[in-house]
Design a binder for this molecule. Structure first.
Ligand SMILES: C=C(O[C@@H]1C=C(C(=O)O)C=C[C@H]1O)C(=O)O
Length: 364
């Protein structure tokens, strides 16, 4: 390619950038107008609702449907995710609490869902994220709920039994773990490997094969593991890219998770009900009386009405020994007439039924 051609292309890019800049600014002004309209139409004492997850899901879906390339759909949606995040911040910067410290996968999930134009606060424990949302100190919280290799995150499920929360979104993240060391680490004298218990479990086979005699130490998060390694010469950490970059660690081995499709699902929790989008999921908690056939009775209405169950989890109910509650996720919105009828049918048999929320299926 000649210098001349390159120059002409760069002139063209500059002129396109100017147009993009103008269009983004136009869009941002529209968002400001939306905020004005939302505020003007309020009744006395009513609070405006700026963040609309159902609208954001529709915007991202539309982008993906109309995209003709060469950028991929996910890539394009990610760019629009950030534009929307900045536009919303003009209306109201969202405050988000997540399971910290900085550098956790939960932080990455929060950014994937809300974009980067938010005020985010790391919390030391899952229960603290719930409490921060309940106290109204933040708009939303982000917590892990299940991993494709290791299963349920029981702290999260148990927190739903203790707090009244509305689930308003979900996000899935591919989880890649690396073995990380600091600049002072003597890599042939590693005697300890730190990580979160879930991550140690997700890399169990790899550790058995490569470091069978090294002590595995479970700490409160992967980011905490990375932080500890920084100052020690005989230890390594298992953590992801965010933590590796944050603490400036070197990847001694990459992508060491036992299953290549290792993914974690996260939930966005808040106080706001989300209207139907036509492509939603619902999460409920049900407790049944402890009698033969109780679980069968619970599942029949779903089966008979062709409702797609995406997950079922059992936890001790905490209100009696050997009594259980079921966490169920299924496709549909609790305001859909069919789902409404099914939930009514179940509540006639159940000791208690609580809808935790209906929310758009993850777009990104
Ligand atoms: C602009 C709005 O407010 C927010 C910003 C959006 C956007 O930038 O597209 C979409 C939904 C809301 O979270 C709206 O409600 O339409």
């Amino acid at each position: 390619m000649s210098e001349q051609e390159l120059k002409a292309l760069r002139v063209r890019i500059d002129s396109l950038d100017e147009k993009i800049l103008e269009l983004i600014s136009d869009r941002a002004r529209c968002a400001e107008e939306v905020a004005r309209v939302k505020t003007a139409s309020l009744a006395e004492g009513e609070k405006p609702v700026f963040y609309r997850p159902e609208r954001e899901a529709a915007v991202l879906k539309r982008v993906m449907e109309r995209n003709k390339g060469p950028l991929g759909n996910e890539e394009m949606a990610r760019l629009f995710r950030e534009i929307m995040s900045s536009c919303l911040a003009l209306e109201e910067p969202l405050k988000i609490a997540y399971l910290g410290p900085e550098g956790t996968f939960t932080q990455a999930a929060a950014m994937k869902h809300f974009g980067h134009a938010v005020i985010s606060r790391p919390m030391a424990a899952i229960d603290e994220v719930f409490r921060e949302v309940a106290a109204g100190a933040v708009n939303f919280g982000v917590v892990p709920v299940e991993n494709s290799t290791e299963g349920a995150v029981s702290h999260t499920l148990d927190s739903f039994l203790e707090h009244d929360m509305v689930i308003c979104g979900e996000v899935e993240l591919r989880i890649h773990h690396h073995l990380l060391v600091g600049e002072n680490t003597k890599t042939d004298s590693i005697t300890r490997i730190y990580s979160h218990a879930q991550s140690l479990a997700q890399c169990r086979k790899w550790l058995d094969a490569h470091y069978p005699n090294v002590e595995r130490v479970a700490v409160s998060s992967n980011a905490e593991a990375a932080k500890r390694v920084k100052g020690e010469w005989n230890s390594a950490a298992i953590a992801g890219d965010m933590a590796a970059n944050l603490y400036g660690l070197t990847r001694l081995a990459e992508k060491i998770e036992d299953r290549p499709d290792n993914s974690t699902r996260f939930l966005m929790i808040g106080n706001q009900e989300v209207p139907p989008t036509g492509d939603d999921k619902t999460s409920i908690i049900v407790s049944m009386s402890n009698k033969p056939g109780a679980l069968h009775e619970l599942l029949v209405p779903f089966h008979e009405n062709g409702i797609d169950l995406t997950r079922i989890e059992t936890r001790p109910s905490r209100s009696g020994k050997w009594t259980y509650v079921f966490f169920i996720d299924f496709v549909g919105h609790h305001r859909d007439p069919l789902i409404k009828a099914v939930l009514e049918q179940i509540s006639q048999e159940a000791v208690a039924l609580k809808v935790l929320g209906s929310y758009p299926k993850a777009v990104l």
